[in-house]
Design a protein around this ligand. Structure first.
Ligand code: C5P
Ligand code: MG
Length: 191
């Protein structure tokens, strides 16, 4: 199985592109943000635990997120691989993911980083907020906090996989279709 982390700050286009990769390559798409939102909507214990963090644009504690992720990975049996979208978001999450895969004699094949300027991210998220119904897209202060959290807590994940020679950078600015083509070129070399 191929395991790819689609990486980048909020608004980089991870979700949009991960869905296309899922369909093109028959991968399991795990969006930890989507799983949290599903749990919040259904008022599960997990959702109640995660909601206040998410509404403020902060990270849910690692132990909660890692446990949830491990559960999601069990659905990968009949797939060609997994595309991770929004996970790992901390160094501890990256190490936990490496350990989980290692136990199954698997590994991360690549972290693909979607590069987009901060001012474009803010514009995209404000635009998305008009229709997404997401509380964390509706307030510019929360949007800015999420981008800040990306730089303080998440960007180290890129370095973690760079040290393993697994970092691939893709320009995340342009047409959705053009970006998909750039990503496909990278993924075709991995599978
Ligand atoms: O990935 P996405 O932008 O959908 O995530 C939405 C929110 O979910 C994040 O801003 C964060 O509050 C929470 N989250 C998290 N840890 C993750 C993924 C998402 O805390 N690994
Ligand atoms: Mg997303």
């Amino acid at each position: 199985m191929t395991h790819i982390i689609l990486f980048g700050p909020p608004g980089a286009g991870k979700g949009t592109q991960a869905e296309r990769i899922r369909d093109n390559y028959n991968f399991l798409h795990i969006s930890t943000g989507d799983v949290f939102r599903y749990n919040i909507k259904n008022e599960t214990a997990l959702g109640k635990r995660a909601k206040s963090f998410i509404d403020r644009g902060e990270l849910v504690p690692d132990d909660v997120t890692i446990k949830m992720l491990a559960g999601e990975m069990r659905q990968a049996d009949d797939k060609n691989g997994i595309i991770f979208d929004g996970f790992p978001r901390t160094k501890a999450q990256a190490k936990a993911l490496d350990d989980l895969l290692n136990e199954q004699n698997e590994k991360i094949d690549a972290l693909i980083s979607l590069d987009v300027d901060d001012n474009i991210l803010i514009e995209r998220l404000k635009e998305r907020g008009k229709t997404s119904g997401r509380k964390d897209d509706a307030d510019e202060n929360v949007i800015r906090n999420r981008i800040q959290v990306y730089y303080t807590e998440t960007e180290v994940v890129k370095e973690h996989y760079n040290e393993q020679n697994k970092l691939q950078k893709v320009d995340g600015v342009g047409d959705i279709e053009a970006i998909t083509k750039r990503l496909n070129k990278v993924i075709d070399q991995l599978i």
